[in-house]
Write a protein that binds this ligand. Structure first.
Ligand SMILES: [Zn+2]
Ligand SMILES: [Zn+2]
Length: 317
């Protein structure tokens, strides 16, 4: 069965999802299909789909059998699209990646910055063949660091979200086709863990005065967030941890339609934040900021449990 081999081959690097296509063929053989039927595996946008040849209905003219085949393909399409490639568990929240939250978090965590100190820091480099693919870069390999702030976005925190380090001596990489690629910049992003810790450690001599001010604001001048409870608000913008705009809010006319007091609004925001499943959250910005000493929790555990329950029911299928 050539087609079977080809379809299974399509799942070559797809971990636990490959087991499902093998199982599909066992079930197909159980209903008597042992020859090619013109079935192809491919992906449509992000979802896996089976596609039949146009003439499937002449190849298989037994209507009952054909319906059984359709039922099987649709069953396995669903299963394949909802199974985590790494652990084989059901993916609860969907999404474009074929990983459950736990495995996705594990995979993402590889990209964190680490060993941050006076010498430099380590990062994930997929080109490295060493077992953990970690590389270490020294501050003194750079001549300058530039902070990038996303001013356009409505989600802007007013704080740098990316740092471009300029190499003193550009790296020359040769790829497998022998093309030469000159790398002058090394970038780090707040989408990877320990970004803020890294920022605090950048030697002043790499930064211009303006960027030094950001660094010292991060160390000394952040405001308390009354939603997540961290000292994580820069210059009255969105919080760097929960990304909500919780600084010194007052009740506007529009808000008065929904809330009696500003505390009611804060309470709703706090509940929303605390009901998120933080166990598999990446990046966990919480780890990089101090807890606020002035945090007042406006909800009780029972209210939180009720909200979490309602949330999890929404996703149960
Ligand atoms: Zn998983
Ligand atoms: Zn916050």
């Amino acid at each position: 069965m050539k087609e079977k081999e080809r379809n299974i081959d399509w799942f070559q690097n797809k971990g636990k999802r490959k087991d499902l296509i093998i199982q599909f063929y066992v079930e197909l053989e159980n209903i008597g299909i042992k020859d090619d039927i013109g079935l192809k595996s491919y992906s449509n946008e992000d979802d896996f789909v089976f596609r039949f040849d146009e003439n499937i209905e002449t190849t298989i003219n037994d209507k009952k059998l054909l319906n059984k085949i359709y039922a099987l393909t649709s069953k396995y399409e669903k299963l394949i699209n909802k199974t985590c490639e790494d652990c084989g568990n059901k993916i609860k929240y969907g999404g474009s990646d074929y990983f459950c939250q736990e495995c996705y978090c594990k995979r993402s965590r590889r990209y964190n910055y680490d060993s941050i100190g006076d010498l430099g820091f380590s990062y994930y480099d997929s080109d490295l063949v060493s077992s953990n693919s970690r590389a270490f870069v020294r501050w003194n390999e750079f001549s300058k660091a530039n902070f990038n702030i996303d001013k356009e976005s409505i989600f802007s925190s007013g704080f740098p979200i990316e740092i471009d380090f300029k190499y003193k001596f550009p790296l020359i990489n040769r790829d497998f086709e022998d093309y030469i690629d000159i790398q002058e910049i090394f970038s780090v992003s707040n989408w990877h863990e320990n970004f803020y810790t890294l920022l605090k450690h950048i030697p002043d001599n790499l930064l211009d005065t303006n960027d030094q001010n950001f660094k010292y604001a991060l160390i000394h001048h952040l405001d308390d967030c009354n939603i997540c409870g961290y000292k994580s608000i820069y210059n009255k913008n969105l919080c760097l941890v929960c990304h909500k705009s919780g600084f010194d809010r007052v009740l506007t006319e529009r808000m008065k339609k929904y809330y009696n007091t500003i505390e009611d609004w804060y309470k709703k925001m706090q509940l929303e934040y605390h009901s998120e499943n933080s166990e598999f959250k990446y990046p966990k910005w919480e780890n990089e900021f101090e807890k606020s000493k002035n945090y007042v929790k406006l909800f009780n555990e029972k209210q939180l449990e009720e909200l979490k329950m309602a949330e999890s029911e929404k996703y149960d299928f």
